[in-house]
Structures are given as C-alpha cells and as structure tokens.
Design a protein around this ligand. Structure first.
Ligand SMILES: [Zn+2]
Length: 256
C-alpha cells in the first residue's frame, strides 16, 4: 500500500502526465484536479487508518504467531474498571498491554504499579490525549510523550518503548517525534469500537474471527468493555489462543 512518500511521488508523476496532456493533447483542465483529489484522499485516509502505515510503520498484527494474540487496552489506568480487567486476565492466565494516558497516571499512579506488578506491559498513549496533540509541533509532541514517559518511569522504574497514537491518528510531525524518541508505534487489526454506543453483542461480534497474531483494541474504561473482555477470553480458550503482551507477540523490546 502507498505511504506518504510514495503518494508524493505518485502525485508528482500524475502532475507531469496531466501537464503533458494539456500541452500535447489539449485535454480538459479538469484532469488537473485528479492529482490534487488523490493527494487529499490519501492524506486523509493515511492520517486516520493506522493499518495503512502511511506516516509511521505501526505494528498492527504479527502473522505466524502460533497460538498467540495480543489484547491491548487504551486510555487507562481507570480506578473502577482496570482492577476488574486485571482480575479477569489473571483468571485466564492472560497477559495484555496497557497504553496509558499521562493525566490518568497522575490521578491513579497506584493502578499503573498494579498493572506492572501483575506482569502486563505499559505503553505511552500521550499525556493529555487531546485533539491538539495531532496539531502540535514536533517539539510539543516530543515534550508530551517525554512527560508521559517520565511519569511511567517514576511509577514502575522502566522506560517504555511502545507508543500508541491517541485516536489512532498519525501525521508527519508525530512520525518525526516518534522516530526521534526511538519509540515503536503499535496499532491493531481488530478495532472493537467499544467506546461507541454499539451494543455489547455487536462489539463482541467484531472479535469472533480472531486468529493467531491479531492485535485487539479495547479500553479499560467501561463496564461494557469488561464484559466483552470476559467473553473474548472465553472465546480465546475455545480457539486454543492465548493473549500475551505486545513485546512477547512482536518479539521487540517493551522497555529500554
Ligand atoms: Zn485513546
């Protein structure tokens, strides 16, 4: 699939071709809109579809993973729901990865320690999880991520190398900051949409075709998500699949 660089090359080729068409074959000027339309379509899709790996090479699944999958939780730690998630994971002897927000870590630092103590991996999900993050300069994105990095390190004594973009949105500035900080971006290939108004059944249905190597996106922020997790863990058992941390699934280092 095209990434940002190859899109720029494709648009340049299209512009040369249409210019040639104007002068040689006297084609309509409307043809000139095609390269611009294509550019904006690709940039729009690439920013919101993490699986396209448009700006950043996010890991979204790991094919050939025997019986392993990775369940991931965003937006915690949450004082009400994270403990329930941790207990369910323990009951099934499953491990997961928690991409935590800096401001929530400040509110519930003890919960972050508990996630680590139970053998799960902690990743960086930005400090504020604000829409402004996506419009920030490289310097501001770096500061935001480093602030969260420091909060995590203070609580668990380890420097995380894993990052999940807030809202799954990426752009050239976030890509540059992530590269400079030597973080690995982690996406997903099963988005449950568990923060929407969809019913528990509909959300669970999105996970039923799960197979080895898949990365599932859930949130440890609601009763509905906890219920979906309970059903998903049962399903994994029936399919002979086992949830592990992202570092174990991908075989990359979770911490520096
Ligand atoms: Zn999030």
């Amino acid at each position: 699939m095209l990434n940002y660089r190859s899109t720029i090359v494709a648009v340049a080729i299209m512009l040369v071709a249409t210019s040639y068409g104007f002068y040689t074959f006297n084609i309509s000027v409307w043809w000139g809109l095609i390269p611009f339309g294509f550019y904006f379509l690709m940039v729009g899709l690439g920013s919101y579809k993490i699986g396209m790996k448009f700006y950043i090479d996010s890991i979204c699944d790991v094919p050939n993973s025997e019986n392993k999958v990775a369940i991931t939780f965003d937006d915690g730690p949450n004082i009400e729901f994270t403990p329930r998630v941790l207990n369910l994971l323990d009951e099934h002897n499953a491990k997961a990865t928690f991409f935590c927000i800096g401001t929530t870590i400040e509110k519930h630092p003890e919960m972050l320690k508990e996630i680590d103590k139970r053998g799960h991996t902690v990743g960086n999900h930005s400090y504020s999880h604000d829409i402004k993050f996506d419009m920030s300069s490289v310097k501001d994105v770096k500061q935001d991520l480093q602030k969260t990095e420091a909060l995590i390190e203070t609580q668990i004594g380890k420097k995380t190398l894993l990052f999940r973009p807030p809202f799954g949105v990426t752009n050239p500035k976030i890509a540059k900051a992530v590269k400079q900080l030597k973080l690995q971006s982690i996406g997903w290939n099963i988005r449950t949409l568990d923060t929407t108004k969809d019913s528990e059944d509909k959300i669970f249905d999105r996970t039923t075709n799960i197979k080895a190597g898949d990365i599932v996106l859930l949130h440890d922020t609601s009763d509905k998500s906890v219920k979906v997790l309970a059903r998903l863990l049962k399903l994994l058992g029936e399919k002979g699949l086992h949830s592990v941390t992202i570092d174990e699934l991908t075989n990359i280092k979770g911490y520096a």
